[in-house]
Write a protein that binds this ligand. Structure first.
Ligand code: ZN
Length: 100
């Protein structure tokens, strides 16, 4: 694991803590930081965290709080709707990869 990867991991962990403390503003800041580090180091965001923020407005997403998760079993997709901006993100159920 690279240093950038570790830092990104840690920042998302903190973001999750802040979100559960109802500090959405701080959670969003940590997401922003993690994404900046990823961009600078050309380190992709790990798949399990990639679905935890909105690619559009950058909000840290907590299912049931500011994010709706639906499962389309026919297409084997998980559909995340950001309730902050309405952006929809789809992920495959199997590989956890983003589908366009
Ligand atoms: Zn959004």
């Amino acid at each position: 694991m690279s240093i950038a990867e570790e830092r990104i991991e840690r920042l998302f962990e903190i973001a999750e803590e802040k979100a559960s403390d109802n500090r959405q503003d701080l959670a969003d800041r940590y997401v922003e930081l993690a994404r900046k580090i990823g961009m600078k180091a050309q380190q992709p965001i790990p798949a399990e965290w990639k679905r935890r923020y909105c690619g559009d407005c950058g909000a840290f997403l907590t299912p049931g709080k500011n994010c709706r998760v639906r499962i389309n079993s026919k297409r084997e997709q998980k559909i995340y709707t950001c309730e902050n901006c309405g952006n929809i993100q789809r992920y495959g159920l199997k590989q956890g990869e983003e589908e366009k």
